[in-house]
Design a protein around this ligand. Structure first.
Ligand code: X2X
Length: 334
């Protein structure tokens, strides 16, 4: 008994020593992203890693796993995987996390935030704080904002400048059922699928169109899979959120928490500015490749706004009326 006890004691002491030694060494945390560093989104994560490495003197290392590989390509499982600890950190899209955090559907309401000033007043305002509180409530620690961008509509059939042009078109959409409702309201035939499946579906013609920011259209060369028409309709912006698993966050010293959060804020600001700055060049490059770009007039814009009003009836309750109101007053105060 005594012998067993002392062996156990030695074993415990040994493993405690091992833990201390390990914690004194550099610690590596995983970061999940959907897009690689060929895109601003992946670059945001790499920037975060670079700043953390630099500022911690190599004590803390972030290793980025792109293409949603930590969730086998199923980007709508990223939030749950981070909550459960399968993923330490992520730079994720509000769309992909909205199945677990319904408040994130705020950003997907069609034609809700008209321009960058509106986006910034929501993310940087009272509504942004409430959204972060909802993420925290959902079991993950939110740290900073980034941006995938305003999502634009492309298709292989022809120019789209009024809702009836979408009639019957098969459109690949992402994550949340809200997208199903928006595209059904417009008379299209939406199909939900992951980003990994999107390009093959466009290539074979299984779908006629898709929606993504200009940076994604440009870098992924969506023009090469028959998407000859692009409508710049700014129907929603897709902010990114830098976040951490709760247990990982709790295991860090206050100093490391500050370092990680500040590096996320700085990487996010850097990426948002870059994404916006590059839009003009991207648009020119896409035009150069022969894609027909349509920009909506005010009257055309209003027709889309009207056609998608029913989405608000269904979704305001799910998102929370008070959050939607708060976001509206954030935008009005701007
Ligand atoms: O799947 C998409 O369209 C993408 C890459 O934009 C997101 O992850 C939201």
């Amino acid at each position: 008994m005594t012998l067993r006890f002392s062996r156990l004691t030695m074993l415990l002491a040994g493993s405690a020593l091992l833990c201390t030694t390990l914690s004194a060494q550099a610690r590596e945390l995983s970061v999940s992203t959907v897009l690689s560093d060929a895109f601003p989104w992946g670059q945001a994560a790499e920037k975060w890693a670079e700043l953390v490495e630099e500022r911690s003197g190599g004590e803390l290392t972030l290793r980025v796993y792109p293409n949603a590989q930590l969730v086998s390509g199923d980007q709508t499982r990223e939030f749950s995987a981070m909550r459960s600890g399968l993923i330490d950190l992520a730079v994720g899209s509000t769309i992909n996390w909205s199945p677990q955090v319904p408040e994130l559907n705020l950003f997907s309401l069609p034609f809700f935030m008209r321009d960058y000033a509106a986006v910034d007043s929501v993310t940087g305002g009272e509504a942004g704080k409430q959204v972060f509180a909802a993420i925290e409530e959902g079991g993950v620690v939110p740290l900073a904002w980034g941006e995938n961008g305003f999502r634009q509509l492309s298709n292989s059939k022809g120019p789209i400048d009024e809702p009836s042009d979408l009639e019957g078109l098969k459109i690949r959409v992402v994550g949340s059922p809200l997208f199903q409702d928006t595209f059904e309201a417009l008379g299209a035939n939406p199909t939900q699928m992951s980003w990994a499946d999107a390009k093959p579906a466009l290539t074979t013609g299984a779908v006629d169109g898709q929606e993504n920011p200009l940076s994604v259209f440009d870098v992924a060369r969506i023009d090469q899979v028959g998407q000859t028409n692009l409508t710049l309709w700014n129907y929603m912006n897709d902010p990114l959120v830098f976040a951490a698993n709760q247990r990982v966050w709790g295991s860090l010293s206050a100093e490391d928490q500050d370092l990680l959060r500040q590096a996320a804020v700085d990487a996010g600001e850097w990426e948002i500015a870059m994404t916006r700055e590059e839009e003009g060049e991207r648009r020119a490059a896409i035009t150069e490749r022969g894609v027909d770009i349509v920009e909506l007039t005010e009257a055309q814009h209003m027709a889309f706004v009207q056609a998608t009003q029913s989405v608000y009836d269904t979704w305001i309750d799910k998102i929370g009326e008070s959050l939607v109101k708060t976001a509206r007053s954030d935008m009005a105060a701007n």
